[in-house]
Design a protein around this ligand. Structure first.
Ligand SMILES: Cc1ncc(COP(=O)(O)O)c(C=O)c1O
Length: 361
């Protein structure tokens, strides 16, 4: 056997939600399979994005614009952040990788919650960072303990807001204090993959802190509310210094041509974003009611998914619903063996989910 780099030896690869095609093949299912496992948009892709892509699909023989010029312009106009402070990646996962790639030397410490989005741990392992994992407190980031752990070896603190998989948020007051406490030589990554679903005033938008804090990187994505997960487009905002460092270590043409076109069009698709948000709000209220009726315990969420605790080995529930053509997400690798993470679907999908759960519990 050829020896791996030491850092790579202990990595457990990222396990995505099971693709529909795989489940159909594995279980020989004939009816329609419903996937509520990857927090995709149940309304599909933004219609404006689909239109723009269809018109330009023939350009696929050309390399993409390496600098994502038009998309960055649009992101800058929409956010009010100068274009030099914007970066686009092949999904926000690429941007997570790039910030580690640019800054983490072996032995540097990276503070993160346990559990939080699993890619933080994997990126840290790839680059030999020392992971300082702080357990969640009541399913929320324990910001006080995270800040206590900062020392002269700390390079990055990374938080998802809301947290995948619990759906809870850091509130505004707490974030105000947090950003002031993190020293200027430590990068604070605020991953807001689900921020568009949140209207509440208590939610602190990372962009509001950028002017005062050059060490903050805010991550957003087109995979969720814009419904473009399959195209892999994510974006980030930070100081010119941090954006420049990340640009240095990315591969050329990292964002595909069709993805750039679709993302630019999706940004203007306010009707679709509104319907996606309304669907999510209505679906959330429906699922809360139904979970309560079924006696299931759940964590109130700010995202497009809900963590449900079945109070028994969740794998059994996962397998039983999967046999009935519904794919949910186990979270045992997140240290939550009795829970499943469930994407909020359309009304029809949510009703099917509830019927299926009712049959098996
Ligand atoms: C918190 C969080 N960050 C980032 C991502 C990755 O998103 P993308 O599709 O942009 O890579 C996810 C995906 O589920 C997520 O939950």
């Amino acid at each position: 056997m050829i020896e791996l780099r030491n850092f790579v030896k202990n990595i457990r690869p990222y396990k995505p939600g099971k693709p529909i095609e795989e489940v159909i093949k594995e279980l020989g299912l004939s009816g329609e399979v419903l996937k509520l496992a990857s927090n995709e948009n149940p309304l599909g892709a933004s219609p404006q994005a689909i239109k723009a892509m269809s018109e330009r699909i023939g350009d696929s023989y050309l390399y993409p614009d390496d600098n994502c010029y038009y998309l960055k312009q649009r992101l800058s106009e929409k956010s009010g952040i100068p274009v030099t402070n914007v970066i686009v990646g092949s999904g926000s996962v690429e941007l997570i990788e790039l910030i580690f790639k640019a800054y983490v030397n072996p032995g540097d410490q990276v503070i993160m919650s346990e559990p939080s989005f699993i890619m933080y741990k994997i990126a840290c392992q790839i680059f030999g960072g020392e992971r300082i994992a702080i357990p969640l407190k009541n399913h929320q980031h324990d910001i006080a303990t995270m800040t206590q752990k900062i020392n002269n070896k700390t390079k990055i603190i990374i938080v998802d807001n809301p947290i995948n998989p619990t759906g809870t948020i850091i509130r505004k007051e707490e974030m105000d204090h947090f950003v002031d406490t993190v020293p200027a030589n430590v990068i604070l990554v605020i991953d807001e993959a689900y921020h568009e679903y949140i209207k509440k005033t208590e939610y602190p938008h990372g962009l509001d802190y950028l002017k005062k804090h050059e060490n903050i990187l805010v991550l957003h994505t087109f995979s969720k509310i814009y419904g473009l997960a399959g195209l892999r487009v994510g974006y980030g905002f930070s100081s010119e210094e941090i954006i420049g460092a990340m640009m240095k270590v990315r591969l050329p043409f990292n964002v595909n041509r069709i993805g750039q076109i679709a993302a630019g069009a999706a940004l203007g698709d306010t009707d679709f974003v509104r319907s996606s948000m309304e669907n999510n709000d209505a679906g959330k209220a429906f699922l809360y009611r139904e979970f309560e009726r079924l006696g299931l315990s759940y964590t109130p969420t700010f995202g497009n998914f809900v963590l449900v605790d079945f109070k028994r080995e969740a794998k059994e529930v996962f397998e039983a619903v999967q046999k009935k053509g519904v794919i949910l997400r186990t979270v045992y690798e997140y240290g939550l063996p009795t829970s499943l993470r469930i994407t909020i679907g359309s009304q029809v999908q949510n009703e099917r989910l509830v019927r299926t759960l009712q049959e098996i519990i």
